[in-house]
Design a protein around this ligand. Sequence first.
Ligand code: ATR
Length: 273
Amino acid sequence: IDNYAVFGQPISHSKSPRIHKLFAEQTGQLMDYTPQEVPAETFAATTSRFFADGGKGLNCTVPLKELAWQYADQLTERARQAKAVNTLFRQADDSILGDNTDGIGLLNDLTINHGITLKDAEILILGAGGATRGIVPPLLEQQPSRLVIVNRNLSKAHAIAEDFTELGAVQACDYANLKDRQFDLIINATSASLSGDLPPLPADLLKAGGSCYDLAYANQATAFVTWGLANKAAHSLDGLGMLVEQAAEAFFIWRGVRPQTSPVISLLNAERA
Ligand code: ATR
């Protein structure tokens, strides 16, 4: 049986083992997928042992995505740009390919699952950490009319905007500069939401008919999803759909089979209701 795993810290609440089990059942693939708590300090040694023992593929989550990026022998273009890897794959020659399926996972959830149009949209991203770096290139590919990154630490937002300026219209600003501006889509990529915190967002920031998306997910509505609902968002979504979609892309890389995501998203949504 082919072995896969997800490494991270913490890992006990990860939904990835369940998602991949559902994908395997649905597509008739014989595979094992286990969660393992791995701290940054032992990541390289644990990963080398996993692949030496015959492991086929690995997902890496917080706080390991940059280490996985360094670990990979080869990188896909999107992983290179993201400077982060969430999927490692042992290829036929035993070299390890690093990919990042988070960005395409977000795009698929926004556009296919929820029908949100990104072309010519005005998009705001809250936060300028690793998660933002990963989603800016795929979002710019959709040709929004404007992509703004807002962060408390303005220089971090500027650094990301400058790195991707050749890909499209991307700007940086601080929270004070959001006054009197409006967006079609606001994406929360800060780490604040799960602790119940919200960045300072002015009223009227969301255009009528606009949508909100929190990259984080939780069994209850996150602080940002609640903000979106209070501000009459057409959709106010958390990152569960993105999680399932990024998993489907990883599954495809590993197995060459594309699972259906909507039954899995429906099931996970029903379980947390
Ligand atoms: P990740 O890799 O998940 O993106 P990160 O690199 O630690 O995590 O980045 C977290 C982001 O959330 C940062 O942009 C941080 O803002 P600063 O760079 O100004 O510190 C942002 N963040 C965290 N808590 C926040 C809060 N309460 N309000 C606004 N932004 C917050």
